[in-house]
Ligand binder design. Structure first.
Ligand code: NDP
Length: 685
């Protein structure tokens, strides 16, 4: 029986290529799982569907609405994950490997949903920073803002993370409001297809948000234009090819690449075998060599160790590797599965051969190892292999990426030397230093950061919560300079903004307030006689304000506050010392007294829609306040953010306290929780 053809999801329909396609083998048994082909697929129609159906539907939604959909989707996929686990075994993955891919992917959806709800407004525009004053009179300002690109994000993914690789790119694009076309690595595309199918079947996302191109890329880059983006993960040579594609070059298509990376882990000079750090280093090295059979772009390829500890590291690592059981995922006792394909196995063997030209193989023999629960030759199995290279002039350990369970131990002499060796990777996704010496950590991090997208400092204090050298996190950036592709993904909202255009908008305070839905100093205020604390979110408008005061400042007040709080700092209590202070020239009121007075002035005390004050932002004391001054405060509704799924939301208020001359003495934002609606209790009289 011929294996089924893997369909693509194009313009709202599943498409099956009519030809024979290419067979994709089960990594463990060698049986054909599916065939793949993109023959006859309407690529221009796919791009057009994304731009004309997916994009507009997504842009109709606010960030919070998109976040709510992403959360529902993440939860639904999590609930279905057993089916993905079963399929993932066919790619050679143990359940531990699959957790990184499947749970990691779904977790990324949930992380983005949560970040977007907390850090983005319930709007379709993101403001970038504060307004920049551009004129002396305050009538002309600039505001940077982000809006979504109106094209399509094309993902071209590697075979090693069929789920996470897709979703870590999809989540930020979706939150940004940009539709996705995913072209998975063919070898494991059937797992990506299963997830896309589940997404489509859920009916949760607007049509056109995501499409699947199974099979060869079929010229998908030919049709790209200036609003489109490419996110690539794979080999450096393919990255080069795609980056220089005529359409990409001609139309300045944003191109993000993650390519080869010879990541290093450094054992600190202090981490001798009697320290916890030594054990942590060896455990981490073995984990990174064996999870996903080392097929991770973040795996440790180079273990840099103090020369005098090299023998100890090799011995300890060899002992741990001897415990690894290679075999069919799910079979009794198996701790490391297969590579994704026989071709990959060949690639790794070729790379190991090149490394063996300059290094000794000190653990693992590709010609002599046992496999549990599967045929060693039909499946893409390899043992974990450790090399040791004492020839530091050799380039291979820094240049040859064996994309499998392979790592090379290299000795170094002094931290500066470790930094130099780390940089010989010519740009890496991640590096780690295992040390309990803060001076060593600083020297390494500051020396090597320029060549890395992420650096892990591991020691006994953070080991318990350490998320792992090889695990990119949705909240941290993922990418690296140079050989690693020069790209950057994830990093929380940073990853969303990669899909948006930053524009500097110039205008008056009123214009900028309306455009950005954030009140700008100098814009109109409304005081309609109703205290804004009496207004629920349904009634409150940006610009609603109250002005209260004046309140006279007396020395008795200052002394009372000092005694009451215990803050008897000399500037408030010691006339002679305060007079000698070059900034004050006499006793001044406490800053916190000014803020407290301001609250006493602007607050409306009765029960009402304002539920809580949860902090202040950007508090600045601008002018010293001396006894005799008179203070007035103006509070203005600056930004209103209803919370999805809750009966309240956040209101950010602009607060400015001025003295009798109208000089600002304090400025800050007050943050409150306000009910969406509020019915005043019936008057008991
Ligand atoms: P490739 O670069 O060969 O493929 C990556 C993706 O690009 C796949 O989806 C592939 O499709 C596609 N592709 C290949 N050629 C073209 C083309 N001319 N036009 C458009 N798309 C194309 O990488 P692999 O995934 O096969 O992995 C090969 C090696 O890359 C690994 O052995 C490893 O060394 C390195 N790698 C590095 C990673 C990193 O981030 N550091 C991650 C993964 C791999 P198809 O599968 O259909 O060929």
């Amino acid at each position: 029986m011929t294996a089924p053809m893997l369909p693509s999801y194009v313009a709202g329909r599943w498409y099956t290529a009519p030809d024979e396609g290419a067979p994709i083998a089960d990594a463990v048994t060698g049986e054909t799982v599916v065939r793949v082909s993109s023959a006859g697929l309407d690529v221009p129609g796919m791009l057009d569907h994304a731009r004309s159906v997916g994009g507009p539907a997504l842009r109709e939604l606010t960030f919070h609405q998109r976040a709510a959909l992403l959360k529902q989707l993440g939860l639904r996929l999590m609930a279905e994950k057993d089916a993905f686990y079963a399929l993932s075994r066919r790619t050679g993955c143990t359940d531990r490997d699959t957790a990184v891919d499947v749970d990691g992917g779904f977790g990324t959806l949930l992380s983005y949903a949560s970040k977007a709800r907390r850090e983005l407004p319930d709007d379709t525009v993101v403001l970038d920073g504060a307004p920049e004053p551009l004129g002396r009179g305050g009538t002309f300002l600039g505001q940077h803002l982000y809006t979504p690109l109106r094209g399509v994000a094309v993902q071209v993914n590697a075979f090693n993370f069929p789920v996470w690789g897709f979703l870590e790119k999809f989540a930020p694009a979706f939150i940004a409001g940009v539709p996705t076309v995913v072209k998975p690595g063919s070898q494991t595309a059937y797992l990506t297809e299963a997830v896309v199918r589940s997404i489509v079947d859920s009916g949760l996302l607007p049509e056109g948000s995501v499409q699947l191109l199974a099979g060869s890329a079929a010229g998908v880059l030919d049709g790209l234009a200036g609003q489109d983006l490419v996110f690539f993960t794979g080999s450096a040579s393919t990255a080069r090819k795609l980056r220089s594609h005529p359409a990409v070059v001609a139309n300045s298509v944003r191109f993000n690449a993650e390519a080869d990376s010879l990541n290093c882990a450094v054992l600190g000079p202090d981490a001798t075998p009697d320290t916890p750090e030594f054990g942590l280093f060896v455990d981490q090295l073995v984990t990174e060599m064996t999870v996903k059979a080392g097929q991770k772009c973040t795996a440790i390829r180079r273990a840099l160790v103090p020369r005098e500890l090299a023998d100890d590291v090799v011995e300890a690592t060899r002992a741990k590797l001897a415990e690894v059981v290679v075999g069919a995922p799910g079979a009794e006792g198996v701790t490391m599965g297969a590579l994704a394909s026989l071709d990959q196995r060949q690639e790794v063997l070729r790379a190991v051969k090149a490394l063996r030209g300059v290094a000794d193989l000190v653990a693992g023999d590709p010609d002599d190892f046992s496999v549990v629960g599967a045929d060693r030759d039909r499946g893409a199995f390899l043992p974990p292999m450790l090399l040791r290279c004492d020839d530091l002039s050799a380039g291979e350990p820094h240049d040859v990426e064996a994309f499998g369970p392979v790592s090379t131990v290299l000795p170094y002499d002094g931290v500066a030397h470790a930094v130099e060796l780390a940089a010989r990777g010519q740009g890496s996704l991640v590096g780690s230093i295992v040390t309990h010496d803060p001076a060593v950590a600083r020297e390494f991090v500051l020396g090597a950061a320029h060549a890395h997208g992420r650096v892990l400092v591991l020691d006994r204090d953070d080991a318990g919560e350490n998320t792992g050298h090889g695990s990119p996190l949705p909240v941290l950036v993922h990418g690296g300079p140079g050989r690693a592709g020069g790209g950057e993904e994830l990093g929380g909202i940073r990853g969303v903004l990669h899909h948006m255009q930053r524009t500097a908008v110039q205008g008056s305070p009123d214009m900028l307030t309306t455009i950005g839905r954030r009140w700008v100093t100098g814009a109109a205020r409304t005081d309609d006689g109703v205290h804004p604390f009496r207004k629920s979110l349904a009634e409150l408008r940006i610009g609603d304000s109250v002005t209260a005061g004046p309140r006279a400042v007396t020395l008795a007040d200052i002394e009372h506050f000092a005694e009451f709080t215990g803050d008897t700092f000399y500037a408030h209590m010691d006339e002679a010392a305060a007079a000698a202070n070059p900034l004050f020239g006499g006793r001044v009121a406490h800053g916190y007294l000014i803020v407290s007075w301001a609250a006493g002035l602007f607050v409306d005390p009765d029960p009402g829609p304002v539920l809580a004050n949860y902090g202040v932002d950007n508090l600045r004391f601008l002018t010293p306040v001396k006894p005799g001054a008179e203070l007035t405060v103006t509070l203005t509704a600056k930004q209103i953010t209803p919370r999805g799924g809750a009966d309240h939301g956040e209101v950010r208020w602009d607060a400015v306290v001025v003295d009798g001359d109208g000089q600002p003495v304090a400025t800050y934002d007050v943050l409150t929780m306000v009910a969406k609606t509020w019915a005043p209790a019936a008057d008991p009289s």
